[in-house]
Design a protein around this ligand. Structure first.
Ligand SMILES: CC(C)(COP(=O)(O)OP(=O)(O)OC[C@H]1O[C@@H](n2cnc3c(N)ncnc32)[C@H](O)[C@@H]1OP(=O)(O)O)[C@@H](O)C(=O)NCCC(=O)NCCS
Length: 335
C-alpha cells in the first residue's frame, strides 16, 4: 500500500507594488492623522498599485517567485486556485487570467471568494485535491488591488486607511515520505447574518438596471464597514478557531512555533495572542508595512517568515483568518 499523502508547501513568493503610501501621505488627501491610524491599527504605510495594474498582475509576479522558490517548471503545475475579493473583472475570474499570463496548459482554474479568509479556504480545497491524488502541483495565488476603490471622504475613512494592495503565492505538492510534514488540518466557518458588517453592495445584479444614477451619486459603490462589530468578532473568532484546530491535532499553544493571523489590525492580532496566551514573539505582525491586504495577508506573512528563517522544517505553524461574510478559518501546518 502506498503511503497516503499529506500536502506540503514547497515554494512561497510575494509581490508588493513598489509605490508606498504612508499615513502622512494620506493626511494630505483626507481627514485623518498618522496618530489616529497608528493608535487604532498599528499601520504606518501600505503599498498601492499604479492605475492599470490589476490583482492578476500582482498575482502573476508572486506566482513566478513561488514557482522559482519551489524549483518547479511552469509545465508541472496541474491546477490553479486564485483567491481575491478584487478580481480584474466582474467575470471571468482571475484564475483564467493567470493561467494565460503564465502560459500554462489548459488546466483547471478555480476562483475563491472568501475575502480575508480566502487563503485558508483555498488551502483547504487544495489540500483535498492533493491528499486524494487528484492533482500533484497546485499553484495557489492570493492577490488584491483595493486602493482604486476606497472612499477617502469622512463616510469611508475608517476603512480607507486600513487597506493596501499586494499578492503572494504558494506551490502545494504531495508528501509521501511519512515524516509527518504538511497541512495537518483546516477548519472553516461562516455566519452570513453579519454580511452587511463589511461589504460592497454595488453594482448588484439584484437591481434593474444594475447601474443607476442614485447609487453613483450617493457613492454607494464603496466598501462599507461596521468597524466595532468586525473588531469584536474578529478578536473572538480567531482564537476560537485556533483552539479548535490545535485540539483537533492534540497540540497546545506551547507546540506552536509561529501563529500567522490575518493582518486586519495589529490590535486584533494582540487580542488574539492574549486570548490564546501565546507570546507576541510567536505571532507574525507585518501590518505596519502593508496594511490589510485581505486574501494576500497570510501568504505574504508566511513568505516573509519562511525567507527570514523564522520557521524551520518540522515547526508547527498555525494560520487563522477572519473577515467579511463573516467567514473565519484556521489551519495547522507542520512545516
Ligand atoms: C476601524 C477601527 C480602527 C475604528 O476604531 P474604533 O476604536 O472603533 O474607533 P473610535 O471609536 O476610536 O473612533 C471613531 C471616531 O474616529 C473617526 N474616524 C474614523 N476613521 C477615521 C480616520 N481614518 N481618521 C480619523 N478619524 C477617523 C470616526 O468618524 C469617529 O468619530 P466620532 O467619534 O466623532 O464619530 C476599528 O473599529 C477596527 O479596526 N475595526 C476592525 C476593522 C477590520 O479589521 N476590518 C477588516 C476585517 S478583515
Amino acid at each position: 500500500m502506498p503511503m497516503s499523502a499529506s500536502t506540503i508547501i514547497t515554494g512561497t513568493g510575494r509581490y508588493l507594488p513598489p509605490r508606498i503610501v504612508t499615513n502622512f501621505d494620506l493626511e494630505k488627501i483626507m481627514n485623518t492623522t498618522d496618530e489616529w491610524i497608528r493608535q487604532r491599527s498599528g499601520i504606518r504605510e501600505r503599498h498601492y498599485v499604479e492605475p492599470g495594474t490589476g490583482s492578476s498582475d500582482l498575482g502573476f509576479e508572486a506566482a513566478v517567485r513561488a514557482i522559482e522558490d519551489a524549483k518547479s517548471e511552469r509545465s508541472e503545475i496541474d491546477f490553479i486556485i486564485f483567491a481575491t475579493l478584487s478580481p480584474d473583472y466582474y467575470f471571468p475570474g482571475n484564475g483564467v487570467l493567470i493561467q494565460h499570463k503564465l502560459g500554462l496548459g489548459t488546466i483547471g482554474a478555480l476562483d475563491i471568494r472568501n475575502q480575508c479568509s480566502g487563503f485558508i479556504y483555498a488551502l483547504s480545497v487544495a489540500d483535498q485535491y492533493i491528499k486524494t491524488g487528484t492533482f500533484k502541483k497546485i499553484l495557489l495565488v492570493a492577490a488584491e488591488v483595493q486602493s482604486t476603490n476606497l472612499d477617502y471622504s469622512d463616510a469611508g475613512r475608517d476603512l480607507a486607511v486600513l487597506f493596501g494592495d499586494g499578492a503572494a503565492a504558494v506551490i502545494l505538492e504531495p508528501n509521501r515520505s511519512g515524516d509527518g510534514r504538511g497541512v495537518l488540518s483546516t477548519h472553516l466557518f461562516s455566519d452570513g447574518k453579519h454580511a452587511s458588517d463589511l461589504w460592497m453592495v454595488h453594482p448588484s445584479p439584484k437591481n434593474k438596471p444594475t447601474f443607476y444614477p442614485e447609487f453613483i451619486a450617493n457613492r454607494e459603490y464603496y466598501p462599507r464597514m461596521d468597524g466595532r462589530n468586525v473588531f469584536k468578532n474578529a478578536s473572538e473568532r480567531m482564537p476560537e478557531a485556533v483552539t479548535i484546530a490545535l485540539e483537533h491535532n492534540r497540540l497546545t499553544v506551547e507546540d506552536v512555533a509561529l501563529l500567522i493571523p490575518h493582518q486586519a489590525n495589529d490590535r486584533i492580532s494582540q487580542m488574539v495572542a492574549r486570548g490564546l496566551k501565546i507570546p507576541l514573539e510567536k505571532v507574525a505582525r507585518n501590518i505596519d508595512r502593508y496594511g490589510n491586504t485581505t486574501a494576500a495577508s497570510i501568504p505574504i506573512a508566511l513568505d516573509e517568515a519562511a525567507k527570514e528563517g523564522r520557521i524551520k522544517r518540522g515547526d508547527i505553524v498555525v494560520l487563522t483568518a477572519f473577515g467579511s461574510g463573516y467567514t473565519w478559518a484556521a489551519a495547522v501546518i507542520r512545516w
